[in-house]
Design a protein around this ligand. Structure first.
Ligand SMILES: [Zn+2]
Length: 221
């Protein structure tokens, strides 16, 4: 089950206090998607992953806790434009995109990629075609992160996300290059996902699948 608590949080950026919901606990059953999007029930808690200051538009897991570098990130034309455009049915998508601007300023490209994938997930849930634009931006940042000597776990996670984002966007040739990196991986699970992705790519299949689909397919031969 999912437990949500409401608390009053003072924004470290502008000093405004607001009521914010916070995820006190949740569980997940089943397999993540091939791009590591978690299964239910965590899947349905995306609106609780980042707090959003109603006054200044600062976005963080905890608004009361912002580093000087984060505060420095929320200025400039790109930020101001994003902060001025916060309402609407795509508000949650834009919240993730705003956090991506902050992570970009901090040079944390892996996290930029993750936040942009979150934006893509919310856009897709709403049937919004911008999902693949966010996937494209995520791929660019994850590629940068991947070239910056990550540890083995990060390198694998980012490669999984790049392959899937490219395939979901119909960029099959590029996806194949990254899928090749997963095939022969020391983890049998990652190897199976790489081979499953390759089959989907060769079929021009851009639909959503889970890791469980990849492993079942592998058992079936
Ligand atoms: Zn604020």
């Amino acid at each position: 089950m999912t437990t949500i608590v409401t608390e009053t949080v003072t924004c470290r950026s502008c000093g405004t206090a607001s009521e914010q919901e916070k995820l006190a606990g949740t569980t997940s059953f089943g397999w993540p998607d091939l791009d590591l999007r978690p299964p239910e029930m965590r899947r349905s808690t995306m609106r609780l992953w980042l707090q959003d200051c109603p006054s200044c538009g600062f976005v963080a897991a905890d608004l009361s806790n912002a580093s000087d570098a984060e505060k420095d990130a929320i200025k400039g034309e790109r930020w101001n434009d994003a902060a001025a455009d916060r309402a609407g049915p795509d508000a949650l998508t834009k919240r993730f995109a705003r956090r991506a601007i902050i992570e970009t300023h901090l040079g944390r490209h892996g996290l930029v990629g993750f936040r942009l994938l979150c934006a893509a997930w919310d856009a897709e849930d709403r049937g919004d075609a911008s999902a693949n634009d966010y996937r494209g931006d995520a791929v660019a940042h994850l590629g940068t992160a991947l070239s910056d000597d990550p540890d083995a776990k990060e390198a694998t996670d980012w490669t999984l996300q790049i392959v899937d984002a490219l395939r979901r966007s119909g960029r099959f040739e590029e996806a194949e290059e990254y899928a090749d990196r997963l095939i022969g991986h020391a983890s049998a699970k990652i190897d199976a996902i790489g081979r499953f992705q390759l089959r989907l790519i060769l079929d021009d299949d851009s639909r959503r699948y889970t890791m469980g689909d990849a492993l079942e397919d592998d058992e079936d031969g």
